[in-house]
Write a protein of this length. Structure first.
Lengths: 120, 203, 628
């Protein structure tokens, strides 16, 4: 399998989970920084940044879903896959991407609409 | 370690001249992953406490000496070069590159260990782990790294001795690969600890 | 040219181990080690069960004085610690150890000596923890050991040191085991067993093992911080010194939540093994189930703050974790639908293993429903630290792990002993356990909503909680009777059970392609696999016999097994595996010295133990493979 094909296959599988991790770490981290005594002087106003992080994460997740979808179509059109392993990874990428996009979406809605630094 | 007879039995894919990484290499990769997670958690704890603390370092503790730390970090990270030359050397059959590379790395690593231990001892004179949480985190993180370096020095020493006793060859050097992997990790860690604990307080 | 009989005899000579004490201490046979894990874990289960019965007896009526608060605290703490750390994960490890090499068509685990080492350290750390009872200082701050109560100024006794050091010791065993399973599954699968043809139990073990690799360090860090505070006066959790008690909670739950998936996933793997066999059709949506397993493990790392919804964190911080906690139910739901569809579209055989699977589905779904309720922060904040939580986690843990373990006992023990368990006693044990379990834990939902807090050694009259507690206690003794029935069944069947033969259930995976019990070398010839249900592929299994007769892939030149490539399982190389060795035990003993002397503050001796450990590890790596 060519390097590009393999890269797209792996990105399709791992891109959305990686985007979610980014969303979680940065989203949570920025809120904590903004609301804390020791880091608020960095002036990381969290609201626009939360929106930005959510948008970037969603974009990466969507790109991964597309990459997985493309890989899946390649298999469908008959590219070599004697053991079904490539199709498995491509199909996996599609459903995994949708799942992690859902988490980014639900979390992002909250991050955008809730008020920063309100205790829960 | 495939006997000629066994190789005949295997339908080795065309173009596959040497087998994949050894089991031991995978094992070390996973050990590296778990230790990396450990340091991840230690450093996350450092920033967690830092976010809550208005002055950093608190309680009048002086800023860390970035230049000294940079020098020491550079010293240990530099050992990446002899280690790389040594492990690539033996994969191409060069005993001399292997031996000299390993010896150089072991000696420099040993020197770094002594110097870093001395430096931490000096730091302890101005603040200790009992002073406050900053102190506890500082010494726990740097101490944990030093312990990993120490283990690495033992490992390097062991492999160096065996290399000089001609234990390794072009097709029998898994131990060198595995040791090198661990050592690259320890060096990457040195850079991360430097950025987190020595450089970031200045931000 | 050797004949088939000569080859098999040679394999037998290469792989057999003599009986006796020496072999018992030196063995690296994954099957023997697997059985040890199963027996040791079962003993810890009984211990934790007796602790629970004592707790339930105390709580049966209000203002009871059977147990005082100090004893009660130690008992519920050790009940939790034992069940989670010393029973459920090692029990599943035991099944993994015995069956993963068989399931993938291999002759051993990737690191046989590391396997033996993992067991010795598990045993040592378990004894270390339980020895605390002998000195009257059992851990007593709950299984999650929150600061500040666990700090030195509030618990000066050694209770907490047993906890922190004991669990750190155990983590070494679990990490080693996880590394072993991952490399085994990555490298030793039979030719043709590409990742999409791997048994679902192996996917589960893979997910579990990666979770252990990344989650245990958080627990170790927490325990190390705590011990540095307790023994050397460091500061991590004290606000007056710039620290934060919530740091313990974060670190603990960064481990603690993935831990529940570490418990749940192998159990779910067992269910995925049993459902197709007892439905007599292949698993519906195999790919979905495999991916759901890994997705659950992965998302499990991003939900930990849901254990801290009542700690005053900012709303936006918590919402990320609420989102993941909601969505993580989807992959679990997918698996439940897949199992249900497989059973409904198949022709189910309602024997004991399948009954326990049905019990698992019922109980786990109830637990899952209350779990979704917890993901809603406002509801969570009302029921935090009440018996509603106790009900929830027992439904998901007992339902999600113990029922599948019991199913595995009835399903897989016949492969280990060569004899089936009694079916009627099996069914009776199932009903006793199912009824007893629900009678014990369902009333706790109610008493929790009525306000009964958890971890109380007694409660007042007139709160309306008494009746529910009494029902729970009656249920717990019923449950205990059911467990006793299982134990009796296992012990009895070893001698008197009906012979099982290679394949009593019509299994679809490779462990059923060899004898019961398997020979020391597992398979006389390395199987070649072309689907996810290799034992149902009659043509392939006949081809194995042909290759045995032709001497292809018999690997009888030494103590050998086959390594294959990671994704596609193409043949890669022949590996010479270690046999009996003293080093695993010696390293484990040296480590025990380290931990015992750290406990009693003799740091110099502990350091010497550390050097002995390093020396023993060097010895281990100097050992030459023995070719008999």
């Amino acid at each position: 399998m060519s390097g590009t094909r393999a890269a797209l296959l792996w990105f399709g599988l791992l891109g959305a989970p990686a985007a979610w991790v980014l969303h979680l770490v940065l989203g949570y981290g920025l809120q904590e920084a903004d609301c804390s005594a020791g880091a608020s002087h960095w002036g990381l106003s969290s609201h626009p940044l939360e929106i930005a992080v959510t948008a970037v994460a969603a974009a990466i997740g969507l790109a991964a879903a597309c990459a997985a979808g493309w890989s899946w179509r390649q298999v469908d059109r008959g590219s070599a896959d004697p053991k079904g392993r490539v199709g498995f990874m491509a199909f996996g990428g599609i459903i995994v991407s949708l799942l992690f996009l859902a988490i980014i979406g639900v979390g992002g809605v909250g991050a955008v609409y809730l008020h920063p630094c309100t205790p829960g | 370690m495939t006997s000629p007879a066994a190789r005949l039995q295997l339908a080795l894919a065309p173009g596959r001249v040497r087998p994949s990484r050894s089991n031991g290499w995978w094992g070390m990769l996973l050990l590296v992953a778990t230790e990396a997670a450990l340091f991840g958690v230690l450093i996350a704890s450092y920033f967690y406490v830092r976010f809550k603390t208005v002055d950093w370092p608190p309680d009048g503790i002086p800023d860390p000496n970035v230049l000294k730390a940079l020098g020491l970090t550079a010293l240990v990270v530099a050992t990446t070069v002899p280690i790389f030359l040594a492990e690539r050397g033996i994969r191409r059959g060069s005993q001399s590159l292997l031996r000299l590379g390993l010896l150089a790395a072991t000696l420099i690593a040993g020197l770094y260990t002594v110097l870093q231990a001395y430096q931490l001892n000096e730091d302890w004179k101005s603040f200790t782990a009992r002073t406050d949480t900053y102190g506890s985190l500082y010494f726990t993180i740097t101490g944990a790294h030093l312990l990993h370096v120490g283990a690495g020095v033992l490992l390097l020493g062991w492999v160096t001795v065996r290399a000089w006793l001609r234990a390794y060859a072009i097709d029998r050097n898994a131990a060198v690969q595995v040791t090198a992997l661990y050592w690259y990790f320890v060096n990457a860690l040195a850079a991360v600890v430097f950025l987190a604990v020595y450089l970031s307080p200045l931000l | 040219m050797a004949t088939t009989v000569e080859r098999v005899e040679r394999l037998e000579r290469l792989w057999e181990e003599p009986t006796g004490i020496r072999t018992a201490l030196l063995t690296v046979d994954h099957k023997k080690i697997g059985v040890r894990y199963l027996i040791t874990a079962s003993l810890f289960f009984v211990a934790a069960g007796l602790e629970a019965l004592a707790l339930r007896t105390q709580l049966a009526s209000p203002r009871n004085d059977l147990l005082g608060p100090k004893t009660f605290n130690a008992l519920f703490s050790m009940h939790g610690v034992t069940m989670i750390f010393l029973f459920v994960t090692p029990m599943l490890s035991g099944f993994g150890n015995y069956f993963v090499p068989l399931l993938i068509g291999s002759r051993d685990m990737a690191f046989p000596r590391l396997n033996a080492f993992s067991y010795w350290v598990y045993l040592s750390s378990g004894l270390f923890l339980y020895s605390s009872f002998l000195f009257g200082v059992a851990p007593n701050d709950g299984w999650f050991n929150y600061v500040p109560l666990s700090e030195h100024r509030f618990t000066p006794g050694r209770n907490i040191d047993f906890y922190a050091l004991g669990l750190t010791f155990l983590a070494i065993s679990s990490t080693a085991g996880a590394i072993n399973f991952i490399v085994t599954i990555f490298r030793l699968r039979a030719p043709g067993m590409s990742i999409n043809r791997m048994p679902l139990f192996c996917w589960a073990v893979l997910g579990t093992s990666f979770s252990l690799i990344f989650a245990l360090p958080a627990l170790t860090a927490a325990n190390v911080f705590l011990e540095l505070e307790r023994k050397f006066g460091f500061h991590f959790f004290q606000p007056a010194k710039g620290g934060d008690p919530l740091l313990w909670q974060h670190l603990f739950w960064i481990f603690g939540h993935p831990d529940v998936y570490i418990i749940f996933l192998p159990a779910v793997g067992i269910v995925s093994s049993i459902v197709p066999v007892f439905s007599r059709r292949e698993m519906v949506a195999y790919a979905w189930v495999a991916l759901a397993t890994i997705a659950t493990a992965f998302i499990g790392f991003g939900v930990w703050v849901h254990h801290m919804f009542a700690t005053g964190l900012p709303q936006i911080s918590m919402i990320f974790f609420s989102a993941a906690s909601l969505i993580i139910t989807i992959p679990s739901g997918v698996q439940i639908f897949a199992w249900s569809a497989t059973a409904l579209r198949g022709r189910p055989v309602l024997k004991t293993p399948f009954l326990f699977v049905l019990g698992f589905i019922t109980v786990f779904v109830v637990g899952g429903l209350t779990g979704v309720m917890f993901a809603a922060i406002p509801f969570d904040q009302q029921v935090t630290d009440s018996y509603f939580v106790v009900a929830h986690f027992h439904y998901v843990l007992f339902g999600g792990a113990v029922f599948p373990i019991l199913a595995a006992v009835y399903y897989w023990v016949p492969k280990i002993t060569g004899r089936l368990l009694d079916e009627r006693l099996g069914q009776a044990s199932f009903w006793l356990i199912f009824v007893g379990f629900n009678l014990t834990f369902f009333p706790m939902h109610i008493s929790g909503l009525l306000g009964m807090p958890r971890r109380v050694y007694t409660y007042p009259d007139g709160m309306g909680w008494g009746i529910y507690n009494l029902l729970s206690t009656i249920g717990s003794f019923t449950l205990a009777l059911g467990i006793l029935a299982v134990i009796v069944n296992v012990v009895w069947s070893r001698r008197s059970g009906e012979p099982a033969g290679s394949d009593p259930w019509g299994g679809n995976t490779l462990e059923w392609a060899t004898t019961s019990p398997p020979p020391h070398y597992n398979f006389p010839v390395i199987p070649i696999v072309t689907s996810a249900n290799p034992n149902w592929d009659v043509v392939d299994r006949l081809a194995d016999t042909t290759r045995l007769n032709r001497g292809e892939l018999v690997l009888d030149d030494g103590h050998e097994t086959l390594a294959t490539t990671l994704l596609d399982a193409d043949s890669d190389e022949v590996l010479e595996m270690p046999s009996e060795s003293p080093w695993p035990l010696l390293v484990a003993l040296a480590l025990s010295v380290v931990f015992v002397f750290l406990l009693v503050d003799h740091y110099v001796v502990a350091a010497i133990g550390g050097l002995l450990t390093a020396a023993a590890v060097a010895g281990w790596h100097s050992e030459k493979p023995r070719i008999s």
